[in-house]
Design a protein around this ligand. Structure first.
Ligand SMILES: Nc1ncnc2c1ncn2[C@@H]1O[C@H](COP(=O)(O)OP(=O)(O)OP(=O)(O)O)[C@@H](O)[C@H]1O
Ligand SMILES: [Mg+2]
Length: 525
């Protein structure tokens, strides 16, 4: 009963409100209200000596993407306003390691540019009607308002706003958590999320300080990276897109992946680790490229194993198959292709990959490194690694004494030791990867001091030397056997040729004698 009464009251209240609203609209039609507003604004603008610019958090045409300008201003004001604004908002970033402060709502701060003072206010607008469905957590539309005197309008709208956006973007890049992306399988792109890349926070500890390699080579790479990162205008001037290709090659465990992580940490770039075998075809490869951001490294590890992109391998396959059964070549090719497809599930071709690296689409986005790694540089198709595509080739090799010194410093905090001389001599004689050297230098228990670790390394080097000696003997034996076998084969081949060469004479003799008999027979007849 109670509820029924309330409902009737509410109904009559709504009726009254609707009635008043209808009368109000009749008295003040839209046109009139708009005109009145225009004149009021005009009068105000004559007497109001300021200009106001508003930057909304969300653009009208984008309901779930924050405006880049708003984010940049937020970052700029967070460093420039934190001393002056009294109410601040805190945001925790990088695993609770640091706190980013920004101006709270309804706060005002001042800033100065070329001796001109400006004011910033932060506010939010709460819409009167609540949306039924929203991508965002809340429906408040936050905005920053920049206020300056009317006579400074030009300089503020042009130079100052650009300065704020540039500075804010730079701060945001410094503060952002860098990401390590990997591509999702092409067939999973069409689900609810439709993302082509997945990511985690990139936190690899490798740096150029911990990377063991010849210091001269390291310096050269660092200089190359610094030059690249500062060459935006240069690339524009020479008409090249702002990207650079690196090829890292060398045996397993020589630090290729560590180098990539060190580069990413040095330049503060994101990494896109591209798994080519999960990419369906060249079109999907292009989609992945378009979806990468600037200031990033696109990595294709073990490019020689990723796909059948290596010219030599194909030749080898062809050779092998030509020795085999005598099938129709077209039939065989179709079979081969089907087999490849089954194995790899990918139709990315060499030309697709070349287009990915330096085709027209590769110019979208900028400031990007493309890095390939391989254990077998000689297997790669020359087209893939020619200069211009792979601008810099870096060989990561077995551990030399210079490399060892960096590892000894990092792992044992040693600059010199009496055992260094022995190690230097042994490293010159024996091939050992930095990964193996590092493993030996790592103390396995509290009792293992630096000297024990160095002795462990010497022992491993001796073992490796002995292993290499035995392997060399075994290799020589196999080689000798192979040579012997091929010699025998050659001799047999020669013999067969000689027999073949004799055969026609005998046959001819037979023929001759046959024809002689025939003549005799005819004569007799
Ligand atoms: N040059 C190096 N400097 C410092 N550490 C190294 C170096 N090379 C190897 N290591 C150590 O060995 C481990 C393996 O190295 P990494 O993964 O970088 O080798 P890789 O060349 O990428 O090998 P693969 O060809 O098998 O991918 C690293 O985690 C690192 O600890
Ligand atoms: Mg690797």
């Amino acid at each position: 009963m109670m509820m029924m009464g309330e409902m009737t009251q509410l109904g009559s209240l709504i009726g009254v409100v609707m009635f008043i609203w209808a009368i109000f609209r009749q008295l003040f039609p839209d046109e009139l209200r708009r005109n009145a507003r225009k004149y009021v604004d005009k009068v105000v603008s004559y007497v109001y000596p300021y200009v106001e610019i508003t930057f909304h958090e969300y653009q009208v045409d984008s309901w779930f993407e924050r405006s880049e300008a708003f984010v940049a201003i937020e970052r700029y004001l967070s460093t420039n306003s934190s001393n002056r604004a009294k109410k601040l908002k805190a945001k925790v970033v990088k695993d609770c390691e640091s706190v980013v402060l920004s101006m709270d709502e309804n706060e005002e701060v001042t800033d100065e540019f070329n001796g001109i003072q400006v004011w910033w206010t932060s506010s939010k607008k709460i819409p009167q009607r609540q949306a039924l469905f929203s991508y965002r957590g809340d429906e408040e539309n936050r905005f920053y308002r920049l206020i300056c005197r009317r006579e400074h309008r030009d300089i503020i709208t042009k130079a100052y706003v650009k300065h704020v956006l540039d500075e804010g973007k730079a701060i945001a890049i410094k503060e952002r958590q860098r990401k390590l992306y990997t591509n999702n399988k092409s067939e999973n792109w069409h689900g609810y999320k439709k993302t082509v890349w997945s990511h985690i926070i990139f936190e690899h500890p490798s740096t150029f300080d911990t990377l063991a390699m010849d210091p001269k080579k390291k310096k050269e790479i660092l200089n190359d990276l610094i030059t690249f990162s500062k060459s935006k205008d240069y690339y524009k001037k020479v008409g090249k897109s702002w990207k650079r290709g690196y090829l890292l090659y060398g045996p397993p465990g020589t630090g290729k992946s560590s180098m990539i992580a060190a580069i990413a940490n040095f330049l503060e770039y994101d990494i896109y680790d591209l798994e080519l075998t999960s990419v369906k075809d060249n079109t999907d490869l292009r989609k992945l490229l378009i979806d990468t951001s600037s200031k990033s490294i696109i990595v294709i590890e073990d490019i020689d194993c990723s796909l059948d992109l290596t010219g030599q391998r194909k030749e080898k396959k062809k050779e092998e198959s030509s020795k085999g059964d005598k099938k129709d070549p077209i039939e065989k090719k179709v079979e081969e292709e089907l087999e490849d497809k089954k194995k790899k599930g990918s139709e990315v071709t060499l030309s697709g990959l070349l287009n990915f690296i330096d085709g027209l689409w590769s110019a979208c986005g900028s400031e990007r490194l493309i890095i390939f790694t391989t254990n077998y540089v000689e297997k790669l198709d020359p087209a893939l690694i020619r200069r211009g595509r792979m601008d810099k080739r870096i060989e990561m090799s077995y551990c030399c004494f210079e490399t060892f010194k960096v590892l000894a410093k990092n792992y044992l905090d040693l600059d010199s030791h009496e055992l260094f001389e022995t190690i230097s001599r042994m490293l010159a004689e024996t091939k050992m990867t930095p990964a193996d050297v590092a493993e030996n230098l790592m103390p396995k228990s509290d009792e293992e001091n630096a000297e024990v670790c160095l002795k462990n390394l010497i022992k491993s080097l001796e073992e490796a030397k002995e292993e290499a000696r035995l392997k060399a003997i075994e290799d020589a034996r196999i080689k000798a056997e192979e040579e012997e076998a091929s010699k025998k084969k050659e001799e047999n081949g020669k013999k067969e040729q000689e027999i073949d060469a004799k055969l026609p004479d005998e046959e001819e003799e037979k023929k001759d004698s046959k024809s002689g008999d025939e003549v005799e027979a005819k004569e007799n007849v």
